[in-house]
Write a protein that binds this ligand. Structure first.
Ligand code: HEC
Ligand code: HEC
Length: 362
């Protein structure tokens, strides 16, 4: 017996509602594949994770045509094999403009409360992705002024329209920079490193995951004498706070070189001169050179900088703005080698080799 029309309608609505509770808005729900000790990262409600969106984001991350002239991708400066950093001291944009800062590694950015070296207001990966795309100070990917060329490329490509449709069905698969940034952010959230030897040792309870040297180094790192763990704390070895580690003192009052002075550029507060966000040390052995300006070339040199109470102190004048947590210490060669063995135990080979992060263009 046919159901009365309004009843069929209600049945359809009920079925759709039931479906909506099992399917995320448009697409296959993303399943986190993490060791027991790592919680999934927070995901903004307005950009839910789906398999299709991550796949689109991955392609866009490697897409050279996502730049004005068409030969620079996010991956140009964020190389998977280097834990998504690069080996330049400071980055160079597509027009040859020097970026004042060192490219950052991207492992576990999904968990970070602020992004980049010194911007307390940049808190969403969706917003951050637009900075290299559109930024003019400095120019990185030079999309500003070439938006139409870039979007027209994506709209006429044989592959992208279907991928945007699958990733953003609620939006009619709209191809614009905002959806591109949302997809890239979804891909970045999957870049999780949680299986380094140190993770297995600390969280997995596997004492044998670290060599005796690395274990001694960990004790030094987290101990009171060196005090590294005061700032490099938590699962990603960063407190997400801004500190001045005493690298520079240009004028006896703690100034840093013009154009690269850290948090003060955003707050205007004199005390924020030279304060940078503590970087995560995950995979740090793969990401030289170090510091916001790439001015420290090796891990040995980074340790020497801290031992001196800040590089400026080693050069004769301790910065008056250096954090009291960077007080200097005496360290033997053996201890320095142990500390490096610990820092090397933060390298997560499975992360670097994860084929899910490889370029889809091959
Ligand atoms: C020209 C080189 C270059 C390109 C291209 C580039 N980046 Fe970066 N990236 C950098 C530099 C340099 C920084 C540090 C910026 C700063 O502190 O001002 C950075 C920082 C970041 C951070 C912050 C990481 C953290 O620990 O807070 C993220 C996330 C990021 N980039 C993602 C991207 C994405 C996504 C793209 C492509 C849309 C991209 N980058 C393109 C050089 C680059
Ligand atoms: C006061 C907080 C603080 C303490 C203590 C501290 N760090 Fe740092 N660390 C930072 C900040 C902030 C930076 C970035 C500084 C900059 O670029 O100007 C940094 C950068 C680094 C880097 C470079 C990472 C990169 O990707 O460029 C290494 C390596 C490092 N620290 C290791 C150590 C070690 C080893 C110790 C202990 C001897 C230590 N840190 C103690 C806050 C701290």
């Amino acid at each position: 017996m046919p159901l009365p029309r309004h009843a069929t309608g209600r049945l359809v609505v009920a079925l759709l509602l039931a479906l909506a509770t099992v399917l995320p808005a448009g697409g296959e729900e993303w399943v986190w594949d993490l060791p027991a000790w790592r919680q999934p990262p927070p995901v903004p409600a307005d950009n839910p994770m789906t398999v299709e969106k991550v796949e689109l984001g991955r392609r866009l991350f490697y897409e050279l045509n996502l730049s004005g002239p068409g030969y620079m991708a996010c991956a140009t400066c964020h190389d998977r094999r280097l834990a998504f950093a690069d080996h330049r001291r400071t980055a160079i944009g597509i027009t040859g403009q020097f970026h004042p800062r060192n490219s950052m590694a991207l492992a576990n950015v999904a968990y970070f409360s602020t992004l980049t070296w010194a911007d307390p207001n940049l808190t969403r990966l969706e917003d951050q992705a637009l900075v290299p795309l559109l930024g003019e100070h400095p120019v990185e990917m030079a999309v500003t002024g070439s938006e139409e060329r870039v979007l027209s490329f994506l709209r006429h490509d044989p592959i992208y329209p279907a991928m945007f449709q699958a990733a953003f069905p609620d939006d009619g698969g709209r191809i614009d920079l905002s959806n591109a940034a949302r997809a890239i952010a979804a891909f970045e959230r999957t870049l999780i490193s949680a299986d380094s030897p140190f993770d297995r040792y600390r969280d997995g309870g596997r004492t044998d995951a670290l060599s005796p040297a690395a274990r001694r180094g960990a004790a030094l790192f987290f101990g009171d004498r060196l005090g590294c763990g005061a700032c490099h704390s938590g699962p990603d070895l960063t407190d997400m706070a801004f500190h001045n580690t005493g690298l520079y003192d240009e004028n006896g009052r703690g100034a840093l070189p013009e154009g690269n002075q850290g948090l003060i550029e955003h707050t205007g507060l004199a005390g924020d001169m030279g304060r940078f966000r503590t970087p995560s040390l995950r995979n740090v052995a793969l990401t030289p050179p170090y510091m916001h300006d790439g001015s420290v070339l090796t891990l040995e040199a980074a340790i020497a900088h801290y031992a001196q109470g800040g590089r400026a102190a080693g050069q004769g004048a301790r910065s008056p703005l250096a954090s009291p947590l960077v007080g200097g210490f005496v360290i033997s060669q053996q201890e320095s080698a142990d500390l490096i063995a610990f820092l090397e135990s933060l390298t997560d080979r499975a992360f670097v080799e994860n084929t899910a992060f490889h370029s889809p263009f091959r």
